[in-house]
Design a protein around this ligand. Sequence first.
Ligand SMILES: C[S@@+](CC[C@H](N)C(=O)[O-])C[C@H]1O[C@@H](n2cnc3c(N)ncnc32)[C@H](O)[C@@H]1O
Length: 314
Amino acid sequence: MVPAYKEPRPAPVAGSKRKAAGLTMNYRHIYHAGNFADVVKHAVLVLILERLAARPAPFFVFDSHAGLGRYDLTSAPAVRTGESAGGIVRVLAAVAGHRPPPGLAGYLAAVAALNDPGTGPAGGGLRWYPGSPRLARALMRPGDRLVLAEAHPEDAAVLRREFADDAQVAVHHQDGYLGLKAHLPPRERRGLVLIDPPYEDGDEAARLVAGLAIGHRRWATGIYALWYPIKEQAWVWRLHEAVIALGIPRVLAVELTLSPEDRGRLGGCGLLLVNPPWQLDLMLAELLPWLQRELGTGAGGVRVAWLVPETPPG
Ligand SMILES: C[S@@+](CC[C@H](N)C(=O)[O-])C[C@H]1O[C@@H](n2cnc3c(N)ncnc32)[C@H](O)[C@@H]1O
């Protein structure tokens, strides 16, 4: 029996009030940029964006926890953890001289576009790693729109500089969960909401679920991608149960683990995709085993499974 989450608490507190409310803002994504979890998240993200860009009508993207936009892998924090060595650097080494697997070409092209020609394994031209905002921007056409929320004041300032003078991108120094209320529904009829929090507060999963409920109530036809860490299987089950309990149809769970359950350490990651593009599940069922093999050491596995099918069980 999986215990259910407590009732999600009301919308979280924004900006400077966070500290007073006991919420921390220590997380900085630069320490993790380009790691295996970023590769998985961003490869899936690009596949969704490619499908949105395949049809002529404009699309909208809301990135509720946007980060910096792009990351300098030669900066001191990134070098200190060296996490990209187990992620993008490994993937680039695997595809060097080979045709990338179907489904990865768009993501790799977006990484290469930020770097000098001939981007390859570390030392071979890889300096900039695109975060979700840069990846979304890479796939946008004139007329598409990107709205970014970032709560960390310094990261929000960097993000604002990154997209200064870009009329198709709006940057908000804002709590991303409040942003769901502020920016949804968009005037465009199609698009994506990425919710990618840092999980530094114990109740982040409850806020994620509450955020999805709010977003979906306002814009039921949008695609939603919710990233989550896999450190402990029971925690993942509780998250899934809470999402199932919302009664939202068409929820796909996509997971990649590199090690068996390993309490406290990031052994894998997952994405819950609401309204994923048609046959994305089949595409991911082909791509993820390749990523798992190249990023892993023989343990762990992948999962692509409908958590809630087209019509939720009554
Ligand atoms: C995992 S990182 C985002 C990475 C980014 N989505 C990407 O894929 O490149 C999480 C970000 O959320 C920010 N953050 C934390 N709490 C937030 C909140 N309530 N609203 C908006 N941003 C928040 C952190 O400062 C951090 O930059």
